[in-house]
Design a protein around this ligand. Structure first.
Ligand code: FE2
Length: 337
């Protein structure tokens, strides 16, 4: 953005100051003058880029005004106008985010210099904010592509994984919203749920694709996938608490699960919640070694698992939501898409 497009506000209770500022600035910038801060605040929709404000005004001090402005529009640059070199309040203004101050009586060059400096800083801030946003976008896009690649890698070994991961992560988000899990946490839970079986990368295909029951040694191998997944994802910063889903989604409320055999509330909350979703989806999907259960049958199994595989109070909390999702067709839609 060139300075030509920058809009300048002048706030001063002296008309003569307003006028001389306007004369100095008007050839370079659109200038709006105000008698008091309230008027300027009421006209913020004009989107000022730079505000010159008197430091001593009747209704509120320039400092108070500065703080208000910075709260509403942090990117607006502010230059204070002081009647005499009052260093303590000027210093305070600079500390509170003012760009500079000018002392009355001011000369043309002094005003233009302050305006140009302030707008240069503003452009730098805008530019770096844009760069950070672009960078975030690129990271997010890369994150999604990387996740997709990882899921497809497991899917090549175990064709059930990609769709299962998609369904369970979507269901987790939907359910999480209903039971009041904050959005920021749900983002990390979702990411982890999408990759919760990533550790299957480290398990032989012959075991993953085996039809019929697994031999004990094969089951021991399968039981390693949560830990392998956790080790793969732990070095990244994308998952936060969600990592607990990866490591503990096969823990059982009665302590008979794996990998650590944690019991009851020692199993982290997201993992206790996800275990219900994971099992529900597994039961209602056709697998090579067994047929699928109906919605009713699956919910009955989950209720039977209260206190055994699942946290009983969590089952009570989520089952009504499952029923609602069934009624409004969401679960059926998840299976199809
Ligand atoms: Fe798993």
């Amino acid at each position: 953005m060139g300075n030509k497009e920058a809009t300048v506000f002048v706030v001063d209770d002296e008309k003569s100051v307003q006028e001389s500022m306007r004369m100095i600035l008007k050839d370079k910038y659109p200038v709006y003058t105000f008698n008091c801060p309230e008027e300027a605040l009421a006209d913020l929709s004009l989107e000022p880029d730079l505000i010159f404000t008197d430091i001593r005004m009747f209704s509120m001090t320039g400092l108070e005004f500065l703080k208000k402005i910075k709260k509403i529009r942090p990117q607006v640059e502010v230059v204070m106008i002081t009647a005499y070199p009052d260093f303590s309040s000027s210093l305070q203004a600079l500390r509170s985010g003012a760009f500079d101050y000018i002392v009355k009586p001011f000369g043309k060059d002094q005003v233009l210099e302050a305006a140009e400096g302030a707008l240069r800083r503003r452009n730098r801030v805008i530019e770096s904010t844009r760069m950070i946003q672009d960078l975030r976008k690129a990271i997010d896009l890369n994150y999604e592509a990387t996740t997709r690649a990882l899921v497809l890698t497991v899917d090549a070994k175990d064709s059930y994984t990609a769709e299962h991961s998609r369904r369970t992560s979507e269901l987790l988000v939907r359910l999480g919203k209903r039971i009041g899990i904050p959005h920021s946490k749900l983002i990390t839970y979702k990411r982890a749920a999408e990759l919760h079986d990533i550790g299957k990368i480290g398990i032989e295909e012959s075991i993953l694709r085996k039809k019929g029951p697994l031999a004990p040694f094969e089951f021991e191998k399968i039981k390693q996938h949560p830990l392998i997944g956790y080790q793969i994802l732990r070095p990244t910063t994308f998952f936060g608490e969600g990592l607990d889903i990866v490591l503990y989604h096969h823990e059982s409320y009665d302590g008979r699960g794996y990998p650590e055999g944690l019991k009851g509330k020692k199993i982290p909350f997201p993992a206790r919640l996800f275990a219900i979703i994971d099992t529900y989806d597994a039961m209602t999907t056709e697998r090579c070694y067994r047929g699928k259960l109906s919605f009713r049958e699956a919910i009955e199994e989950i209720i039977k698992g209260k206190g055994k595989q699942f946290d009983p109070s969590l089952v009570d909390l989520v089952v009504p939501h499952f029923s609602r999702f069934e009624k409004d067709g969401y679960l059926q839609m998840l299976q199809k898409t």
